[in-house]
Design a protein around this ligand. Structure first.
Ligand SMILES: [Zn+2]
Length: 273
């Protein structure tokens, strides 16, 4: 089996209170979190995980005043920094179909594209709170319909190239986790379930920001909160089950092997595996 290398891509950013992801823990900590994606490479294939934001989405974003940055141009810049254009991408995998993860589907219509069937169904039949928050943008179904080879994943599968896809609901009904076998072990791309590592490991007492500086986290060390969930986790029961599932999938159940989509450290560190 060929090993993969993981490169974090910067698609933009937004500013959030920690409470968005942590619930009641340290709501006063307000920092920038990236919109991100990942490039997975094994020497013969370029796989793109998520396709970022569109500038036209800012106006309709319904999660408060979060100073969003993100555009098609920023996605193209992120790929260019790796010496790539959309034409060089072989396959696209979506962690889920929220607007900040699939804003540029139209650049990849001719690529085999993997999405969980439950996520597609959730997007087509959103709950009213999802519509009110504009989790799914109105133009996404139309763009997805133009993808020539849209592959619906029904649960957990292993692809022939070694990548593994798992259904891990909680943040959305069809959130998808991607396990990437690298020379350094099995890394788990969690998507937004969870969005940041301190949700899986509430005892963490530091977080590295996008510029490499660190901030102090209020750690939960007495075991009173097994995991953290915030306003972006509408199904806490499923989310907990997914967290346990993810912990069992990694090389070891320690922070090193987990890469969350909105983790600021990804942008500073950039390479994994
Ligand atoms: Zn999301």
């Amino acid at each position: 089996m060929k090993y993969w290398k993981i490169t974090a891509l910067y698609y933009g950013q937004l500013t959030l209170s920690r409470a968005a992801f942590s619930g009641t823990v340290q709501p006063e900590l307000v920092t920038d979190y990236p919109f991100g994606g990942f490039l997975l490479q094994n020497g013969s294939e370029n796989v793109l995980v998520d396709t970022g934001m569109r500038e036209s989405y800012y106006e309709k974003m319904a999660i408060g005043d979060v100073n969003p940055i993100g555009s098609t141009e920023i996605l193209l810049e992120a790929l260019a920094k790796e010496g790539l254009t959309p034409a060089d991408i072989d396959t696209v995998i979506y962690s889920h179909l929220h607007y900040d993860h699939c804003g540029n589907i139209d650049l990849f219509y001719d690529k085999p594209t993997y999405v969980q069937k439950k996520e597609y169904n959730n997007m087509m039949n959103p709950y009213s709170f999802q519509t009110a928050r504009m989790d799914y943008f109105p133009d996404t179904p139309g763009m997805l319909a133009k993808v020539k080879n849209l592959i619906f994943v029904d649960g957990d599968i292993k692809l022939s190239n070694g990548l593994e896809l798992y259904l891990t609901p909680g943040h959305s009904q069809g959130s998808q986790t991607i396990v990437v076998p690298t020379e350094k072990g099995r890394y788990v791309l969690t998507g937004d379930n969870p969005s940041a590592k301190y949700c899986l490991f509430p005892w963490l007492d530091k977080m590295t920001l996008m510029d490499g500086t660190t901030v102090d986290l209020t750690p939960i060390t007495d075991g009173s909160l097994k995991f953290l969930t915030g306003v972006f986790v509408p199904d806490q029961f499923s989310s907990y089950d997914s967290y346990y599932k993810q912990l069992a999938l990694a090389e070891k159940p320690i922070p090193e092997y987990f890469i969350c989509n909105h983790e600021p450290e990804n942008i500073f560190r950039k390479y994994f595996g």
